[in-house]
Design a protein around this ligand. Sequence first.
Ligand code: COA
Length: 308
Amino acid sequence: MAGITVVGSGISVPDKVVTNDDLTATLDTSDAWITERTGIKERHVGGITSQMAIEAGRRAIEDAGLVPSDIDVVLLSTTTPDALVPGTSATVQAGIGVPGGAFDVNAACSGFVYGLVVAAGLAAIGSGRVLVVGADALSRITDWDDRTMAVLVGDGAGAVVVEPVDGPGDLLSWNFGADGTLRHLLMCDHGGYLFMDGKEVFRKAVRVVVESAERALSDAGLSAADIDLLVPHQANLRIIQAACQRLGIPEERTAVVIDRYGNTSSASIPLALDDALRNERVSPGDHLLLTGFGGGMTWASAVLRWRG
Ligand code: COA
C-alpha cells in the first residue's frame, strides 16, 4: 500500500493589510482588546478564494520542482467557495492547468487536515500526486460593522503537494471528529454573515483539540515530548496556548502566525506550516502534529514524520 510524503508548499494572501488600528476607525474596539483577547495584530483581506488558491497551488508545485501536468487531483478545502456551483476546485484546476480531477471539501476550519488525510487515502488506492489547498475569503461573509466577528477574520490560501511513496509514508496517524448538534455555534446562511457564539466555541475547541491531538499521538505511538512542531488551527492565540499547556507541548515548539493573518479558516494550518518551513523550523524526520477545529463543529488531527 502506498503512503504519502509532502514535497512542496506555497501560500498566497491578498495585498491589502488591515491593522487593528485601522479597524478602530469604524468599530468600537481597540488594538489592546484585540491583541489581548486573540493575539491578532493584522490580517489580509479582499481575497477571492479561487485566485488565492491558484497562486498558492502554483507556488507549491514550483516549490516541489514540478509542473502542473505532474499533478493528478486538485483537492480544495474551503468554506467560502466562489459560487455554490461549480465547485471552486474546478476553477483552480483550470487556472493552474492541472490535467486531472478536482473536488471541494468543506469541513470549515478543520478542512485542510481532512483534505490531507483524504489525499493519503487517494494515494493508498492508486492516485498520483494530489494538490491539497486550503483557501478561504472569510472577509466576504463577514459583517464589517459587527465587531465580534470583524476583528477575527482574514483571507488567505496555503497549498501542499502530496506524493505517493512506497511503504507507510509520512502520515503516522489521524482522526476526524464532528458534532452537528453544535452547528448553531458557528454558522453562515446563504447570503448571510458569519455568526459565532465565541465563548462556547472557545470552550469546546480547547476540549476537542486536546482529545483529538492526544488520540493522534497515542495512535502514532508517540508522546507530546516527541513532537517537534505543533501546527494548530489559528483561531485565537489563547486557544493555542491553552491547548499547548494541556498537551504539554511548549509554545516554542508551536507554529503561530495568527498575529499576521487572523483566522483564515482552511488556510490557517498550511499558512502556519509554510511559515515554519520557510524559517527552517522543520527538518527531515521531525514529528509534526497538525490539529484543527471549526464550524460544524468539526475537528481533525494528523501526525506526520516529515519526509521521514
Ligand atoms: N472590541 C472590544 N470589545 C469587544 C469586542 C471587540 N471587538 N468584541 C466583544 N467585545 C466586548 C463584549 O461586548 C464584552 O463586553 P461586556 O463585558 O461589556 O459584555 C467583552 O468585550 C467581553 O466579550 P467576550 O465575548 O466575553 O470576550 P471573550 O474573552 O470571550 O473573547 C472571542 C471573544 C471571540 C475573542 C473569544 O470568545 C474567542 O476567540 N472564541 C473562539 C473563537 C474561535 O475559535 N473562532 C473560530 C472557530 S474556527
